[in-house]
Design a protein. Sequence first.
Lengths: 311, 319
Amino acid sequence: MSVTAVPRASVLAPAAARPSLWREAMRRFRRHRLAMLGAVILLGMVTAVVAGPFVYRVPIDAIDFKAKLKGPSRAHPLGTDDLGQDLLARMLYGGRISLAVGVAAMLISITLGTSMGAIAGQLGGAVDHTLMRVTDLFLSLPQLPLLLLIVYLFRDALKKALGPEAGIFVMIVAVIAGLRWMPVARLVRAQFLSLREKEFVEAARSLGAPTVRQIVRHILPNALGPVIVAASLDVAAAIIAESSLSFLGLGFPPDIPTWGRILFDAKDNLDFAPHWALFPGTAIFLTVLSINYIGDGLRDALDPRKVLGHK
Amino acid sequence: MSRYVVRRLLIAVPVIFGISLVLFTILALAPGDPFEELATNPNVPPEVRMNLRTQFGLDDPLPVRYVRWLGSMLHGDWGFSFVSRINVATLILQRLPTSLFVLGSAQVLGLLIALPIGTYSALRPYSTFDQIATTLAFIGFSLPTFFTGLVFILVFSLTLDWLPFIYRADIPATGWRWWWENARQAAMPVAVLGLFQGATLTRFVRSAVLDVIRLDFVNTARAKGLSERVTIVKHVIRNALIPVVTLVALQIPAIFTGAVITEQIFRVPGIGSLLISSILANDTPVIMAITFVFSCLVVIFNLVADLLYGWLDPRISYR
C-alpha cells in the first residue's frame, strides 16, 4: 500500500515544523500575478466604498441644476447626472450596496449549496436522488426571467413589510442566492462521495467519531477548496445579477444608486453625458474582473493535486 | 439511437412538469389579488366580488387550481394581455422569431470565434497567442452585456454613426436593401451577445482540446502518418466537442439572461423586451407565459444538446 511510501519523518514531525496548508496556499496565490493585482484592486474598491463616504463628504442627493450633466471637473471629480448630483458620492454610496448584495448572496448560496450537497452526499439513497433531481430542476430554470417574475410579484409586499431599502435588499439577495446554489451543491456532493470512502474518514469512523464530527472535522475541511473558488466567483455573479436587475429598472429605487441603477438612469443620456454611464460601468467591470482573477488564483492555490512544497 | 432519443424525450417531460410546479407555486405564494381593484371600488358590492371569485375558481383548493392552470397552459390557452387586449399566444408568437434570430446568430458567432481561437490556443499553450487570447477571453466574460451594449452604442452609433441603435421590425424597404438594413440593425445586438458567448466558450474549447490532445489515440493518429490537419479536425476536435456541447447546453439559461438585457438596450422587439415592458405594465398573463416559454426553450435546447451529444459520442447512446 502507498502508506509505506510516505517518509517516516513527515509523519512523525511535529505539526509546527511543516508549513501549514493555508500558508502554502497563500504562497501559491501570491505567485499568481493577475490574481494579486485583482486582490489589490478589489481591496481598493472595498476601502473606497466603506471609508469613502466618511472622507468625501458630498451629499448623494444635493440637486444643482446649474451643474447638470457636467463631465469630470474639480468640483465633481466624476461629473454630475441630470439633476446635478455628484456622481462620485453616488457611486461610493451605491457601491456599498452593490458589493453588499454580492457578498450576502454568496454567503447564502454557499451555505445552502454546501448543506444540500453535504446532506445528499452523506445520506445517499432516496434523499440523494430527490435532492439531485431538485438541483437539476433548478439548473434548468431560466434565471433572469424568473428573477424578474419574483421581483414583480413580491416587490410591493416586501416593501410594505420591511421598508423600501431593506425590503428590496432582502428580496434581491434571497432570489439571487436561491437561483445560484446548485453548482456548489453538486460540487460538495461529489466531494463527499469520494471523501467518505477515504482511509482517514474510515479511521475516524472506526474510532467511533459520530457522523456530525466526521463531517465537520474530517470531510468538510477537505472539501473546502473548490467551495472557496465557487464562492469567489459567486460574488461576481451576484453583483452582475443585481446590476442587471437595477439596469432593467427593476432593482433598487433611484434613491439607492447602486452601480446598475446609475447605468439605468444614464443610458438615455449617452450622447450628452457619456461619463455618467462609463464610470459605473467601469466600476462593475473592474470589480467583476478582479474577483474572477482572484477566483482563478484561488483555484491554482487550493488545488490539492499540487504537491506541497513543489514549485 | 432511437431508444436513446425516446429516453431523453421521456426525461424532458418531468422537467417541464417540475418547472410548471415551481412557476405555479411562485404565483400562488405571491400576494395580491386580481380582483383587488374591485374591492376598493365602492360601486361594486362585496357579493359581486365574491361571486366573481367563485366563478373564476379562486377559492378552490390549490391542487385543483394547479391542474386547471397547467391544463390551459398546455392547451396554448394563455389568456389575454391586460395591456394590448390580444391573445397572449399570438403576442408571443409575433415576438419569438426575432428573439430566436438574434439568439441563434449570436450563438453561431460565439462558436465561430471560440472554436478556432480555443483550438489554436490549446495547440500552442502558453505561447504569446495563447496568452493574449486567454486574457481577452477573461476580460470578455467579465464584461457585463449591459455595459458592452452601452459602449457599442456610444462608439458605433453616437460617435462613428455607422449603425442604428434602435431595432425596427418594420423596415420600409424590400429586396437587397431590406436584407442590408436588417444586417445593419442586428449587428450590434448579435455582436454584444456573440462576443460574450465567444469569450466564455473559448475557455471551454481551450481546456477541452488540451485534455484531449494528451491522449494516446492522438499519438496513434500522428504515428500512422495522418496529416496534422486531419489529426486535429477529425480526432482531436470531434472528441473535444463532447464536453463543449454539454457546457453550451448548461450555458443556455445564461444566454437568455443576456438576451433579455440586449433586447432591452437595443429595443429589439423580441420576447425579452416584451417581458420587461409587461412587468413595467403589470401585465401578469404575459409575464407568466413568457417565463413559461423561456423555461420550455431551456428544456428544448437541453434536449437538442443531449441528442447532439449522442451523435458525437456513440458510446453514450448504447449505454
